[in-house]
Design a protein around this ligand. Structure first.
Ligand SMILES: CCCCCCCCCCCCC[C@H](O)CC(=O)SCCNC(=O)CCNC(=O)[C@H](O)C(C)(C)COP(=O)(O)OP(=O)(O)OC[C@H]1O[C@@H](n2cnc3c(N)ncnc32)[C@H](O)[C@@H]1OP(=O)(O)O
Ligand SMILES: NC(=O)c1ccc[n+]([C@@H]2O[C@H](COP(=O)([O-])OP(=O)(O)OC[C@H]3O[C@@H](n4cnc5c(N)ncnc54)[C@H](O)[C@@H]3O)[C@@H](O)[C@H]2O)c1
Length: 249
């Protein structure tokens, strides 16, 4: 299952899994069904399915997992890409940071990610263990903003820092169940989310990336997720995927 799988990094991850011979449930907001339909047309309904799912909803996430079970699909990997970004300073000319804005980012990014992890873990725990005694892997998406948060990123960076921090405790909690947990902290990737930044800012940020000197291709994120799924030794860690970029203030 890939949450936020209809767009950007999640879409690229779902495509990588389908191209690699896997089957993938794209779990995304109802309004993204059209994008998911494009993927179903490209890869076939036997490889890709869509579940309307708000990651903050226990019912929705449980429903997406139940749909996989109903299709006789086992869940071996859960990839959380669903997320939102905002830009607001702790204190600006308009006054203090809006608390509802802050709470919403934490709810979707942090609480939504954990909601998916805990419910996917329950489903994976029912799997037969493989030769490594493993039953599944949970992969979460943070951001380099968790470490290099810019001016105006206090809400977003906090939400992603929490995702980074939960990686090891989840891995430790789930070790007896044979379930791994990893986090990817992407740098700058050309997706609809990044395109919310002014073109000038996008270009400026991309020109600062040391090597390769460009914005990341979402397929490169999907490629790393594929490696995490197939490498049993990757557990309890956050991997920056950023071309050696460190964001300035
Ligand atoms: C609800 C919809 C929100 C849509 C916008 C959110 C888009 C975010 C998309 C990110 C997606 C990818 C995220 C991923 O994980 C990777 C990254 O993190 S990429 C880095 C993304 N960076 C940001 O999002 C930065 C967010 N901050 C800002 O956009 C701005 O700081 C601000 C919050 C909009 C405030 O800017 P201003 O209104 O200009 O603030 P001031 O008026 O107070 O400006 C004073 C002065 O400071 C300069 N300044 C402000 N912010 C910055 C900054 N981030 N870096 C450098 N300089 C900054 C500003 O230019 C003023 O300078 P002056 O004009 O006085 O010389
Ligand atoms: N693009 C980048 O440069 C970048 C860098 C670092 C981290 N990230 C993170 O990667 C993830 C994917 O970002 P993207 O750039 O592909 O963005 P995107 O906007 O293209 O995709 C995000 C997807 O998440 C879905 N989503 C949002 N809220 C949801 C919710 N409550 N329930 C279910 N789905 C929801 C959206 O519908 C969308 O399909 C996000 O968590 C983002 O913070 C992106």
């Amino acid at each position: 299952m890939v949450t936020g799988g209809a767009s950007g990094l999640g879409r690229a991850t779902a495509a990588h899994i389908a191209r690699s011979g896997g089957r993938v449930m794209v779990a995304d907001l109802p309004g993204q069904s059209g994008l998911a339909d494009e993927m179903i047309s490209e890869f076939g309904a036997d490889k890709v399915k869509f579940a309307a799912c708000d990651v903050t909803s226990e019912e929705d996430v449980s429903g997406a997992l139940a749909a996989m079970k109903a299709a006789d699909w086992s869940i071996n990997a859960s990839v959380s890409c669903a997320g939102i970004a905002v830009a607001a300073k702790t204190l600006s000319k308009k006054g203090p940071h809006d608390l509802k804005m802050f709470s919403t980012v934490i709810k979707v990014n942090t609480i939504g990610t954990f909601n998916v992890a805990r419910l996917a873990a329950e489903a994976m725990a029912a799997n037969e263990a493989d030769a490594n005694g493993q039953r599944g892997v949970i992969i979460n998406t943070a951001s380099i903003a968790a470490m290099d948060g810019q001016i105006g990123q206090v809400a977003y960076a906090s939400s992603k820092g929490a995702i980074t921090a939960m990686t090891l405790p989840i891995a430790r909690d789930l070790a007896p169940n044979g379930i791994r947990c990893m986090t990817v902290a992407p740098g700058l990737f050309l997706t609809p989310l990044l395109e919310k930044l002014p073109e000038k800012v996008q270009h400026h940020l991309g020109s600062q990336i040391p090597c390769p000197n460009r914005l990341g291709d979402p397929a490169e994120f999907g490629q790393l997720v594929g490696s995490i799924i197939t490498n049993p030794m990757l557990n309890g860690e956050t991997i920056r995927l950023d071309g050696a970029y460190r964001m300035p203030p």
